[in-house]
Write a protein that binds this ligand. Structure first.
Ligand code: AMP
Ligand code: MN
Ligand code: MN
Ligand code: MN
Length: 277
């Protein structure tokens, strides 16, 4: 019966660093056969505020929050949240300030290292109504002719360990999970393998996460290998976690991460949506 449904619980719109507006995302998701969709923009729920609720797709309110844990940026997805709750208002206000201060610092670093003037103004203009992030700086660096592609901008200036990789503004995991739980939602570790941690480090992260009230991990994320899915499914069983699934869709041009294109959850996983009504 579950197989009749297609869940995608991790997608982005132009209100963060995706390229489609919510309505365009719905059309694409519907075309892809998605029946249950969560928009999980980075640190904002603005997509839900400008929305004509679609009738054919069930919408699950969500968000992807940036956190800081042991010097790394870890993404925690909040699903089935009340977007009008005080907790989500507090979270999004906090993260908007953090993102703006971080953007100023990224701009300072870039102007020194890449010797370019006013990258903040350019990135803010490119972000428009979206939450500002490194992808907007990547785009600005391309437009200014500093690099030839966004990928190169990340490789040289913005990716892990580079000058523009600034993360000290992010809240810790317990604070983040409290926001999600106070908003009635379920906290999920996003794309657990993207952080490229050792297994013991990942177990350590899971312990911090579950001690703070986190409930689920993304077992299927984007276009990962089968072995990765099985390994994460095993982690779920060992640690008594619920399983989530999402494409992490950003752009229609990225055929490996279209809405609903991620693998199906292994049969023995307990889906994160089992207790939602
Ligand atoms: P931020 O939220 O500002 O830290 O930006 C993180 C976002 O940048 C991620 O969610 C991705 O969408 C994007 N991103 C991260 N690394 C890369 C990369 N190497 N190339 C292109 N985009 C990236
Ligand atoms: Mn992103
Ligand atoms: Mn993420
Ligand atoms: Mn994401």
């Amino acid at each position: 019966m579950t197989q009749a449904f297609l869940y995608d619980l991790h997608t982005h719109t132009s209100l963060s660093d995706g390229s489609l507006c919510p309505t365009e995302l719905f059309s694409l998701a519907k075309k892809q056969g998605v029946t249950h969709l969560a928009i999980t923009d980075h640190d904002t729920v603005a997509a839900y505020q400008s929305l004509n609720t679609p009738t054919e797709i069930q919408l699950i309110p969500g968000i992807e929050l940036s956190t800081l844990w042991q010097g790394r940026c870890i993404h925690i997805v909040g699903l089935n949240i009340n977007i009008k709750s005080d907790a989500i208002i507090e979270a999004t206000v906090h993260q908007a300030t953090a993102r703006f201060e971080r953007a100023q610092q990224i701009a300072d670093k870039l102007s020194k290292v890449a010797n370019i003037s006013n990258p903040l103004e350019k990135a803010l203009a490119l972000a428009g109504k979206a939450t500002i992030g490194r992808p907007h700086f990547a785009e600005a660096l391309v437009e200014m002719g500093v690099v030839s592609s966004k990928e190169k901008a990340f490789r040289k200036y913005l990716g892990a360990g580079k000058v523009g990789d600034i993360k000290q503004q992010w809240p810790d995991i317990p604070t983040t999970i409290s926001w999600i739980r106070d908003a009635g939602g379920t906290a999920v570790i996003a794309h657990p393998l993207k952080y490229k941690m050792t297994r013991s480090k990942l177990l350590n992260l899971v312990d911090t996460f579950t001690s703070a009230g986190g409930k689920a991990i993304e077992v299927c994320s984007g276009s990962q290998q089968k072995e990765a899915t099985y390994s994460l499914a095993r982690l779920c069983t060992e640690k008594n976690l619920l399983a989530s699934t999402g494409s992490d869709f950003h752009h229609p041009g990225q055929s490996w991460a279209l809405p609903g294109s991620q693998a199906r959850l292994p049969e023995h996983c307990v889906p994160v949506w089992q207790d939602w009504h």
